[in-house]
Design a protein around this ligand. Structure first.
Ligand SMILES: Nc1ncnc2c1ncn2[C@@H]1O[C@H](COP(=O)(O)OP(=O)(O)OP(=O)(O)O)[C@@H](O)[C@H]1O
Ligand SMILES: [Mg+2]
Length: 387
């Protein structure tokens, strides 16, 4: 097919070279020469002419940002809730007030991290539909890198629909999460440089066991640390039996009991014992949460029972996800495990005190000010004044 110059300033040959570079900015001059049937020296002349004319701004290798990059992989969900205006009547239509919000553990963690000043990568599978576009637009607007999200034609974006009675108690919920099963290890391997360049990868158990195993095994290479959230009791079945690939495991007392096939921890000491048992199954470190009773932390030379940060609870959604984001934020800022976990508990309290899963008013300055106000101890040796 003949190539027409895109402007009068370019020759046909220069246009052809520019088109190849635009398609693959990493292409070598030899490859351009072979593709177009030019001599390599001709390509070199065209490249320098394109640079002189301002159509190319430079070349070079792209390095990951300094200070650690985090990639979140897992669920992005359109949450809908309908509050009935009168007590539920089955098998008929009930008048209700509807609301829509964005959820999914990995999505919530990514949004929180972006609000705290990071530029997290986000990987998930969405349908090619209105819900998917809304979820993506919102994350993009927050500064999350959504360039590796998989949009699957014909699939539905994950949805969670809750029916609440007039007092706000759940009557019935439906969850359509089938789209996450379509995120395969092959999909992850195709975008692997995204993970390999990360210092932390956070994955939730919305992923299939195969996808989680691929990340645990670092199948495409890489030295990232892997944090995983168990999400829910049924989804703990997706975690590998050998937790050795997981550097930091987040779960609550019910999820820990399911993984260990043991009774639910009923005290701080029992929670600590459960966290230790999870480390014995291979996890590097475990953050086991017990709601208002706080957190048990075990592994890699750390053992602590941390109290919850007292909160005036307005909305419980997103507390666990905020805790994960706060902990990762602390670790990315060079804090030690205990101090990072405390920051996680503060983030949980802040999430509990506001409606919705993610606080839109969150910033790292706000977090630092709240840490000071609520006397959350800073880490010994943590660098930076930033919380
Ligand atoms: N009433 C509360 N007051 C203060 N902190 C709380 C309260 N409830 C939970 N938290 C904190 O919220 C975080 C999440 O803990 P929780 O045990 O509720 O996890 P979860 O059940 O997995 O929650 P989620 O469903 O949000 O993931 C923890 O850091 C915990 O200490
Ligand atoms: Mg949770």
């Amino acid at each position: 097919m003949p190539i027409t110059p895109i402007t009068e300033d370019l020759t046909t040959q220069e246009t052809a070279v520019l088109a190849l570079i635009a398609r693959n900015p990493f292409i070598g001059q030899q490859e351009i020469a072979e593709t177009l049937g030019f001599a390599r020296s001709t390509v070199a002349a065209h490249v320098s002419s394109l640079t002189r004319k301002g159509f190319l701004l430079g070349r070079g290798y792209v390095l990951p940002p300094q200070g650690g990059r985090v990639v979140c992989v897992g669920g992005a969900v359109m949450d809908r809730s309908y509050r009935l205006l009168a007590p539920a009547r089955m098998e008929t239509s009930n008048p209700a007030e509807g609301a829509r919000s964005h959820g999914g553990v990995a999505r919530n963690v990514a949004e929180n991290l972006a609000l705290l000043g990071h530029r997290p990568g986000f990987v998930s599978a969405l349908g090619d539909d209105e819900a998917g576009r809304r979820l993506l637009d919102h994350l993009r607007g927050r500064g999350v890198d959504v360039s590796r999200v998989l949009t699957l034609p014909g699939a539905h974006t994950a949805e969670y629909v809750a029916l609440l009675d007039p007092s706000g108690e759940l009557v019935l919920a439906a969850a359509d999460m089938a789209v996450f099963d379509r995120l395969t290890p092959e999909d992850l391997l195709r975008i692997w440089p995204h993970f390999a360049a990360a210092s932390w990868v956070f994955a939730d158990a919305n992923l299939t066991p195969e996808a989680l195993a691929c990340l645990c095994a670092r199948q495409g290479g890489g030295s990232y640390r892997l944090a995983v959230d168990a999400v829910s009791v049924p989804k703990t079945r997706r975690l590998p039996a050998d937790l050795a690939g997981i550097d930091l495991l987040f779960l609550n007392a019910d999820e820990a009991a399911a993984v260990l096939n043991a009774p639910r921890a009923a005290s701080g000491e029992e929670a600590l014992a459960a966290a230790r048992a999870l480390c014995a199954k291979g996890a590097g470190q475990v953050r086991l949460s017990m709601g208002a009773a706080g957190v048990a932390l075990a592994g890699r030379g750390v053992e602590a029972l941390l109290p919850a940060v007292p909160a005036q609870v307005v909305d419980v959604t997103g507390a666990g996800d905020a805790a994960i984001a706060g902990t990762l934020h602390g670790l990315l800022k060079g804090r030690d495990a205990v101090s990072a976990a405390r920051l996680g508990s503060l983030m949980a309290a802040l999430a509990l005190e506001a409606p919705g899963a993610v606080r839109g008013d969150l910033t790292s300055e706000f977090l630092a000010a709240q840490a000071e106000l609520r006397s959350i101890p800073a880490a010994a040796g943590a660098h930076g004044e930033d919380a």
